[in-house]
Design a protein around this ligand. Structure first.
Ligand code: 5GP
Length: 111
């Protein structure tokens, strides 16, 4: 069971920003930026974007469509933010439960 599955199950606490039937957003425990949040599907069946199937389109579309609302709750909707998902070893993905980082609250280095 991943740490994110434990958070979804209520076995680990989190600093929640948004929750609905399908997704959960919470503050990263070890923020790299002034604003650093994570958005996850409650279902842990996808380790990363490489696992996504057409049958996941509603779930992933729902998650993406809620990011502007979550950004608003974080207070970065006007200033801007970056959405990042890490996949596999070269990206230093730590948690094998697909998740999207929302980064902002400061000017980010250009990619
Ligand atoms: P990854 O490197 O897998 O893309 O990102 C995983 C993120 O999850 C990291 O930024 C890390 O700080 C965060 N994280 C790991 N364990 C926990 C936890 O128990 N609670 C919260 N809120 N964040 C966590």
């Amino acid at each position: 069971m991943t740490v994110f599955a434990k958070i979804v199950a209520g076995e680990l606490p989190c600093n929640k920003i948004y929750e609905d039937e399908y997704i959960l957003a919470f503050h990263d425990i070890n923020p790299d930026y002034k604003v650093h949040a994570l958005v996850i599907p409650k279902s842990g069946h996808l380790e990363g974007i490489q696992d996504a199937q057409m049958s996941d389109k509603e779930l992933l579309g729902h998650l993406m469509s809620k990011i502007p609302l979550i950004a608003e709750k974080l207070g970065v909707d006007k200033t801007g933010y970056r959405v990042v998902t890490n996949n596999g070893p070269d990206s230093h993905q730590e948690v094998p439960h697909i998740h999207f980082h929302i980064l902002g609250g400061e000017s980010l280095r250009g990619l």
